[in-house]
Design a protein around this ligand. Structure first.
Ligand code: F6P
Length: 343
């Protein structure tokens, strides 16, 4: 009898999810497995909401953004009887394995289910934030960086025409990967991220130095998680304990403060969910595809509790718990590349 693998996508959506789903279904089919889509992340395993995933349903989805399975930030460990429901639903649906495609939170649940219940799960590292350890890159990140870079290019021409300082707030949660990479690619004059803090005084001094050199406009990229003096977190948290960082309004507060301190006219753009929407870049399509094939292979080989990962140019597998134990922050040497162009 054919075995069945469930596939779920959890956490914030990101370009490339459908490319992974397609690759898992194609490779599983070739190995004689059936696939079932679990709807809206872990919620689907708590509620028992599924859909069939025959080959024809994944045809044409490679370039499509979002996820055909839907997603949520449901944490079964935070729901009364949530874990028991997941285990029971999984058993009743006669599933033999699960591919969980997600970031820190979704894969953190997968890692615990494996460690505590020997749950037959493998992981695929997804997130525009690129903050997962044990892999060089997550898929979705390259697309977000490309979108943010295009925004910086567009802000350059209007900044130059008006002699303005333009502040661009990007996502990334508690790490500054999107800010640093798009800032380097777009030639930002100052980049502010949570893990390599540059003070407001230093940022304003960089902008002033640039203006003294005869450049009457500047581009500042700030990560939503940058600790701006006086910025306040909201009270609301999700089931994984995250506050909504966009609510802190770091970009707007920063723009106001730069204008007050330097006297230069300043505007802010908050890029928001545009960074997560639409079609993945070619690089993300390829990475997502390779991850999907690897995940299906891990299932076939019964290498549960593992995650597909990118090391250099090779796809390897690593323990799920290594990927979720700590956040991968921007190291000093990457920030030094960006900093060489400040001011
Ligand atoms: O983790 C991806 C991400 O886009 C973060 O960069 C951001 O802080 C968060 O999700 C936004 O979440 P939501 O989609 O719930 O507003």
């Amino acid at each position: 009898m054919a075995k069945t693998v469930g596939i779920l996508t959890g956490g914030g959506d990101c370009p490339g999810l459908n490319a992974v789903i397609r690759a898992v279904v194609r490779q599983s089919d070739a190995a004689g497995w059936d696939c079932v889509g679990i709807l809206e992340g872990w919620r689907g395993l708590v509620d028992g909401s599924f859909r069939d995933l025959p080959l024809r349903d994944v045809s044409g989805i490679l370039p499509r953004g979002g996820t055909i399975l839907g997603t949520s930030r449901t944490n079964p460990f935070k729901l009364d009887g949530g874990v028991e429901k997941v285990l029971e639903t999984f058993r009743n649906a006669e599933l033999d394995a699960l591919v969980a495609i997600g970031g820190e939170d979704t894969l953190g649940v997968a890692a615990r289910l494996y460690e505590e219940h020997e749950f037959p799960v493998v992981g695929v590292p997804k997130t525009i934030d690129n903050d997962l350890s044990a892999t060089d890159y997550t898929f979705g990140f390259d697309t977000a960086v490309s979108i943010a870079t295009e925004a910086i290019d567009r802000l350059h021409t209007t900044a130059e025409s008006h002699n303005r300082v333009m502040v661009l707030e990007v996502m990334g949660r508690h790490t500054g990967w999107i800010a640093v990479m798009s800032g380097i690619a777009g030639g930002a004059d100052v980049i502010l991220i949570p893990e390599q803090p540059v003070s407001l005084d230093e940022a304003c001094a960089d902008i002033q130095r640039r203006h003294e050199r005869g450049k009457d406009f500047s581009i500042v990229v700030v990560s939503e998680g940058y600790e701006l003096e006086g910025a306040q977190d909201g009270d609301e948290v999700d089931q994984f304990g995250h506050v909504r960082l966009s609510e802190r309004g770091v970009g707007a507060a920063l723009a106001q403060e730069i204008e007050r301190r330097t006297g230069y006219e300043t505007r802010v753009t908050v890029l928001g969910h545009v960074q997560r929407g639409g079609t993945p870049t070619a690089r993300d399509r390829v990475l997502a595809t390779r991850y999907g094939l690897k995940a299906a292979d891990l299932v076939e080989e019964k290498k549960f509790g593992r995650m597909a990962a990118l090391h250099g140019d090779r796809i390897v597998d690593v323990p799920l718990k290594d990927a979720t134990a700590e956040l991968k922050t921007v190291p000093e040497d990457w920030f030094a590349v960006a900093k060489a162009f400040f001011g």
